[in-house]
Design a protein around this ligand. Sequence first.
Ligand code: MEV
Length: 416
Amino acid sequence: MNKLNKFYEKNTNQRILALKEAGIISNETFEKLSNDDLRLNEISDKLIENQISNYELPYGVALNFLVNNKEYVIPMAIEEPSVIAAASYSAKIIKENGGFISKMPQKYICGQIAFTEYENINKIDENKNELIDFIYQNNPAIKNYGKIIDIKYEIKDIFLIVYLIIDSGEAMGANMMNTALESLSNKIKDMINGEILISIISNYGNYSVVESEFKIHTSSLDKNNFKGIDIAKKIVLANRLAKADIYRATTHNKGIMNGITAAVIASGNDFRAIEASIHSFATKSGKYQPLTDYYLENEYLIGKISLPMLIGTVGASITSHPMARLSKEITKCENAKEYSQLIAAVGLAQNFAALRALVSEGIQKGHMKLHYKSMALNSGATIEEIPTILEKIKNLKIIDTDIIKNIIKDLREKGA
Ligand code: MEV
C-alpha cells in the first residue's frame, strides 16, 4: 500500500497507475480506466425509461482504512470537496491506533403484507411451516440464494401486518422479497379470509445492523496549538449536543451520510433505500438521534457508529454497472457483510473528521484550501504549481479565477 503514498499529489493518470502498481486494480482495469472506457453508455438505456444521457459524479478513493485488521481502499462517488480527504485523514489516525473493528451479525430483509380485513389469525402460526415450504417452492431464487428466517404478524391500528423475514444472501433482496410476498399474500388471504392492502419490502433495516468502532490515544489528536485531550473532550460534547438538539443531530448525521452515500453509490446499490433506512433507524428511540457515540476512557477516545446497511454485491444494477464492478475490484470485499462493515467505518471516519475540525480550527480552512486547489487546476495550473499558488493567495481578501490566472502567468514568466 505504500505505493499509494502522496496519492493526493498525483494527477489522475498517476493515481490510476499507482492503484495498478499497488495491486488494487488489474492490468485490464488499468487500461480501461486510463482510456475512460468504463462508461455506462451501452446499458443505461436498459436501466431506466426515457433515458437521454448519463449524470456523472466524480469517483475517487478513500485511503488508509484498516478494518478488522485488513487494509482497504474505498471507492466513493461524490461531488462535494473535502469529503474523501477528510475520511482518509481520520482513517490514517485510526489506523495508527489499530484501526476500526466492525461487525455485522446478520443481514436480513423484512417485507410486509398489510390486511384491512382478517379472521382466525392464529392459522398463520399453526401453518407457518407449510407457508415457508410454499415460499420455497414458488421462489427458486430464495431456495438457491437465500433463506427464510421467520414469518410473524402484529396488529397495528386497523391492520393485520404479516412480516416475512429473509436472509437474502449476497443480493440486496428487494426483488426476491417482493416476488415472495406476492405469492404469500394470496396464500394467507385464503387462509384468514383477508383483504390485502399492500405487499412490499420494508426499508426499515433493524434486522441488518452494522457496527464499527475505534479507540485512539488522545495524543493522536494533538495539532498545532490544540491539545488532543481537549479536542477529544469537545468531540464527546459535540456528540452530546447532537443528542440534545435536532438541528445539530441532522447536520451531524448529514456529515456521516457524506461518506455512507458516496460509498453506497460507488457500490452500485440503491442509495435511496439506504438513506431511508438509516434516517428511520436514527429515530428508533422515538427521538431523532446521532448515529454515533463517543466517550473517553482515561487517555483514550472511543468512537462508535451503529446503523442499518442493506446492500448487495450481486443484482442487476450492480452486475451491469462497470463502475460498481470496479468498486468491487478495488475494495476486494468478499461479501456484502464485509462491504457493509467498511461503509460503516467510512461513516464513522467522516463524522470523526468533521467533529475534530469543528471543535478545533473549523471546517472552512481545509475546505477552502481544496476549493482553491480545484480553482487553480481549473485555471490551468499544474499539480507542481499548486503549493506556490496556495501560498501566494493565503492572505488575500478576495480570491477569484482572474487573480489565480494572473498568479499562474506571473509564475511561468518568472520561471522562464
Ligand atoms: C458538511 O457537508 C458536513 C458537516 O456539516 C457535518 C457536521 O457538521 O458534522 C461538516
